[in-house]
Ligand binder design. Structure first.
Ligand code: NAD
Ligand code: IPM
Ligand code: MN
Length: 326
């Protein structure tokens, strides 16, 4: 049976890299029944809509969602990012954002488990006295015990399944003494259930040093939504480049479809020039195949990506080289 996939190319380089991802998955022999969704900044500019509720409901019926990138400089910041991407992550309760990093020649092999439904992303806050000299803007961080515990538990399970069994929590407990305290307490409680997993803690500022100077120390990292966002661009930069960084927005309960997308954005600076590296999108599609019980095809795609070394080639040429390597 073909897997039913909702495809959102999006903006900028999004459609360019998604075309390569679909090409590679099909070349790996996996049958996909794809439906294209025109959800993007371009759509918003055309008709003023971002993600109508009926379209969101339709997305629930798919096995998975594959997305390129959304957001464009012609639309105010947040309209598409919040109205489309975060709306899907929240409504489909994709509470884990899993972002793997691997550069075997340098001994880098770790995953970031980023909390994906709470924190500063939840949207708590607002303006008082907007556009006056006494204006106040607040942006709160929402941390529920349930939300923190479920993502930490996921990270322990993941760490336990790996040879090194090592989990690092990254936060800023020395300053964020409310949310950080909750995270640390829950982490310690859950840790007691996983005695075979060794643990560590880094403040996020120090983690930036280690990401650059000693990323080999990491196996699995669990962190808050915003810290995870920032750290994973850095993770990409130190493990080959942002054009290699893949991600899965997962609902581990499988109640809703999960959403797979590169870590990078729409890259307006190189859009339409066939300069984008499609490997992040291809590896994201491979993550999707893992969830669709196509682990063998996923592994073959990862091996073929590792064999594609000429990154001066155009976007479709890199896709073709990976298809050839398959
Ligand atoms: P970006 O990731 O789009 O680009 C940052 C830099 O990385 C740029 O120099 C770009 O050329 C380069 N880059 C990104 N992907 C690349 C690839 N595949 N190959 C080669 N180079 C690549 O980040 P930005 O410029 O801050 O954001 C642009 C837009 O994308 C914004 O609207 C932002 O909100 C949005 N965004 C969307 C997503 C998403 O849809 N998942 C993620 C991040 C940013
Ligand atoms: C990412 C992106 C998104 C985020 C934006 C586009 C909402 O930067 O997936 O890393 O901040 O989560
Ligand atoms: Mn990001």
């Amino acid at each position: 049976m073909a897997h039913r996939i909702a495809v959102i190319g999006g903006d900028g380089i999004g459609p360019e890299v998604i075309a390569e991802a679909l090409k590679v998955v099909r070349a790996a022999g996996v049958e996909l029944d794809t439906t294209d969704f025109d959800l993007s900044g371009a759509r918003y500019l055309r008709d003023g809509t971002v993600l109508p509720d009926e379209v969101l409901e339709e997305l629930r019926g798919f096995d998975a969602i594959l997305l390129g990138a959304v957001g464009t400089p012609d639309v105010p910041p947040g309209v598409i990012e919040r109205g489309l991407l975060l709306k899907m992550r929240f409504a489909l309760d994709q509470y884990v954002n899993l972002r793997p990093f691997s550069l075997p020649e340098q001994g880098i092999d770790f995953l970031v488990v980023r909390e994906n439904t709470e924190g500063t992303y939840a949207g708590e806050g607002g303006f008082l006295r907007k556009d006056t000299p006494n204006e106040i803007a607040t942006q709160g961080s929402v941390n529920t015990r349930l939300g923190v515990e479920r993502v930490i538990r996921y990270a322990f399970e993941l760490a336990q399944s790996r040879p090194r069994k090592h989990l690092t929590m990254v936060h800023k407990t020395n300053v964020l003494t409310f949310s950080g305290d909750l995270w640390q307490r829950v982490f310690d409680i859950v840790a007691a259930e996983y005695p075979d997993v060794t643990t560590a803690y880094n403040h996020v500022d120090a983690a930036c040093i280690y990401f650059v100077q000693d990323p080999q120390r990491y196996d699995v990292i669990v962190t808050d939504n915003l810290f995870g966002d920032i750290l994973t661009d850095l993770g990409g930069a130190v493990s080959g480049g942002i054009g290699f960084a893949s991600s899965g927005n997962l609902d581990p309960t499988h109640t809703s479809p999960s959403l797979f997308e590169p870590v990078h954005g729409s890259a307006p600076d190189i859009a339409g020039q066939a300069k984008a590296n499609p490997i992040a999108a291809i590896l994201s599609a491979a993550m999707m195949l893992d969830v669709l019980d196509e682990a063998d095809a996923a592994e073959r795609i990862r091996k073929a990506c590792a064999a594609a070394t000429d990154l001066t080639a155009s976007t479709p040429e890199i896709g073709d080289a990976i298809v050839a390597a398959l």
